[in-house]
Design a protein around this ligand. Structure first.
Ligand SMILES: *Cc1c(COP(=O)(O)O)cnc(C)c1O
Length: 417
């Protein structure tokens, strides 16, 4: 039965749940266990659970059956070793990094980052004595030159938001392998659907599941995924000796036992339920969103008021071939473009009638914003420039509407730009 399921396509597995189920009748959707705690049959059983001799659920800060069902679904979808679901994408990135870093450690990261992640590296981890060196993914030699004995992670976004930069993962997985350093990738913009394990070779994946998974952007959530490639338990760069028993699973064992307990970043079971059910239509939505984005990118490139378009789906984009090879032949559903300046951007944004002005992406609705005056407004000018954010830049996330309606709204609003 299991091997039969493994042969099914992802779209089929997503709507056919978790395999063998009880005889008789059963719910078609996973049950929602909206409970804080669990009642035990006996004191002995409780003792066994707390001594880690049994792994029943006991308190939803640590684990919960609905959250676990989501974690299993993600692990299976990605062909990974394990997943922990967390309260937000930023929680996943923060907790995922704190689980492996300590004071004195160094990270090499792409500067093309989501605003919260850039702030985490430059304002938060820096206060804890963790140093981040930024290096452009277009210059892998600069990354390699930065590697030292304290380097604990290479960090980048699969498709960087909002600069829409795509690193060549064949190069970065080789560097990571050569130096025995984990390759940590924020794969939010790929979603589990466009992720290709072989092409990317990531050791840890982090996702903001607030984007795309639930579909209609109903809930904040995040995921840390261990792909099972990195030997955490016997890497000389890390000390996972307390998790020796977990062997290859040492990284997630520590995250579950220590971080979930001590920091309390648990995902609500209700959010897990929304993600599980919403995820059933992820492939369908994403195919449509990618189609819409390719069409809109071509339209914008030809428009006289648009100065440049960042989208790897456009032939001639420097990452066109690399992106096609890495992400299952698709190019994602986020693009950015520039107008003549901030004033033109604001006139354009204010003239929109259908497209939403919203600080989100990956919704079923098409949404856009001006990054410099919103999500990146707390950064210094030179930091904005480092992350690829300029005053004339607009970020656009395509939804599932009919493309003609999106194009008509862009067309009429660009007249005001
Ligand atoms: C939104 C986003 C995050 C943060 O996720 P939240 O769920 O909003 O905390 C991190 N990385 C990327 C690439 C994002 O787009």
């Amino acid at each position: 039965m299991e091997s039969e399921r493994a042969r099914l396509h992802l779209e089929t597995r997503l709507v056919h749940g978790d395999g063998p189920q009880p005889e008789g009748s059963r719910p078609t959707l996973p049950p929602l266990h909206l409970t804080t705690a669990f009642d035990f049959d006996s004191a002995e059983r409780m003792e066994a659970v707390f001594a880690q001799q049994a792994d029943d659920h006991y308190y939803s800060r640590m684990s919960n059956p609905t959250v676990e069902a989501l974690e299993r679904r993600i692990t299976e979808t990605l062909g990974a070793a394990g997943t922990v679901a967390l309260a937000s994408g930023m929680t996943a990135i923060t907790v995922g990094l704190l689980n492996m870093l300590q004071s004195g450690d160094e990270v090499i990261a792409s500067p093309y980052l989501f605003g919260g992640t850039y702030t985490l590296f430059t304002r938060v981890l820096s206060r804890l004595g963790i140093v981040t060196h930024f290096a452009d993914p277009a210059d892998p030699a600069a990354w390699e030159a930065r590697i030292g004995p304290k380097t604990k992670a290479l960090f980048m976004e699969a498709i960087a938001n909002p600069a829409v930069v795509v690193p060549d993962f064949s190069v970065f997985q080789a560097i990571a392998r050569r130096h025995g350093i984990p390759l940590v990738v924020d794969a939010t913009l790929l979603t589990p659907y466009l992720y290709d394990a072989e092409a990317m070779g990531a050791d840890l994946l982090m996702f903001s599941a607030s984007k795309f998974l639930a579909g209609s952007a109903s809930t904040i959530s995040g995921l840390v995924v261990e792909t099972g490639r990195f030997p955490w338990h016997d890497s000389p760069r890390f000390d996972f000796s307390q998790q020796k028993k977990a062997g290859q699973g040492a990284y997630l064992a520590r995250l579950r036992k220590q971080m979930m307990s001590a920091i309390g970043p648990a995902l609500s079971p209700f959010s897990a339920y929304l993600l599980l059910t919403g995820m059933e239509t992820l492939p369908l939505r994403l195919e449509k969103q990618c189609d819409n984005t390719e069409r809109v990118a071509s339209f914008l490139r030809e428009h006289p008021k648009v100065e440049s378009v960042n989208y790897p789906g456009l032939p001639g984009h420097p990452a066109h071939e690399v992106t096609r090879r890495q992400f299952r032949g698709r190019f994602g559903s986020l693009l950015s473009f520039t107008l003549s300046g901030k004033a033109a951007c604001f006139r354009f944004i204010n003239a929109l009638r259908l497209i939403l002005r919203s600080a989100n992406l990956g919704d079923t609705r098409t949404i856009l914003l001006h990054p410099a005056s919103t999500i990146y407004s707390t950064l210094w000018k030179h930091e904005q420039e480092e992350t690829g954010v300029t005053d004339d830049l607009i970020r656009l996330s395509l939804g599932v509407e009919h493309p003609e309606d999106i194009l008509a709204d862009l067309e009429q609003a660009l007249r005001a730009a």
